[in-house]
Design a binder for this molecule. Sequence first.
Ligand SMILES: Cc1ncc(COP(=O)(O)O)c(C=O)c1O
Length: 404
Amino acid sequence: MRQIAPPPRLLMGPGPVDADPRVLRAQSAALVGQFDPWMTRTMAETQELWREVFVTANEQTLIVDGTARAGIEAAIVSLVEPGDRVLVPVFGRFGHLLREIAERAGAEVHVIEAEWGTVFPESVIREAIDRVRPSLVALVHGDTSTTMAQPLDGLGAYCAERGALLYVDATASLGGNTLRVDELGIDAITTGLQKCLGGPSGSAPASFSPRAVETIMGRRSVEAGIRGEGDETAQNRIRSNYFDLAMIFDYWGPKRLNHHTEATSALYGARECARIIVEEGLPATIARHELAGRAMLAGVQGLGLAAYGDLAHRMNNVTGVIIPDGVEPDAVRGAMLEHFGIEIGTSFGPLHGKVWRIGTMGFNARKDAVLTTLAALETCLRRAGAAVPVGGGVDAALDEYAGS
Ligand SMILES: Cc1ncc(COP(=O)(O)O)c(C=O)c1O
């Protein structure tokens, strides 16, 4: 068997996208023992950097090992006890994931749904909170499946007034869209590295407000074998061991209680993702995503294609493209990959075969990546029989860059 040698690709789908080479380099650094003072200092630096990306002062800001779904599961299973009422506003595939995880955690789940391609008016969520009286409201910020971003202004304060915690899945949106955790009153938030944050999947940065921490620590139950005198063994302990945030807080905190073996290389990568954003400046990172997204949208429209969904609420970093009639969706994607090495995304569920999703995020929220993708798309569409204006996509995107 030969050494692994992936083909060169430009990943312009809804994620993963190409990791920043600096992140890959950081991941190849030497391993150090998890309780080595250098390592605990590096973990503390990682927490500090991620506080800046989440725009939070939350002490409990850390990395859950596993893909973004691990962060979601850790948050929900640690915050929810069987029988708790949870409200999940669903406006795409990943809202259904939150619902599923909350159901498995034994919650009494109440769902409200918005048509795919739209988001909820704030009043609809407020009305549901008043009706359901949940202990947790769990929703996705940017749902990659529809490319929409749910406005969150006012929601955290409303949840707090009504005695509910607010959990937000920011896997697709953080780093590419404005999302200031403390200002929004978010109690629990998780993400993954593989989209706007410029890394590979496998780490789930997360942050928890003091109110969320209080709920989680109320269920603290320290494992036998490391339990000290006076350590809690709660009756209502968290129903997952790996995703027990109370134990994970003890592991990251000054107690350094052993939980899992640190995923050291992944930690280095997560630290580097946040370091790069802090170095560029979070507002500049978001502005780069906004510009790349705007250029991609203009380019797609310049090719005579229609964009999917309520454009007033689209995420900066993923553009939904309505597949023109008469074009075989997978053939065009296949040609993009075969001839140009460029990946764009298909869609899930009701949008499958109808919408392509093109990501402009993380390391790939760059002018050259946008223009190359549009040039390739034009060629592949034309060869598939679609009437597309020659140069229409690249020119429209270039105009967007020139005007910025
Ligand atoms: C909004 C959202 N939430 C959750 C996930 C799940 O992430 P992962 O596949 O890293 O577990 C994704 C993945 O695309 C996502 O887009």
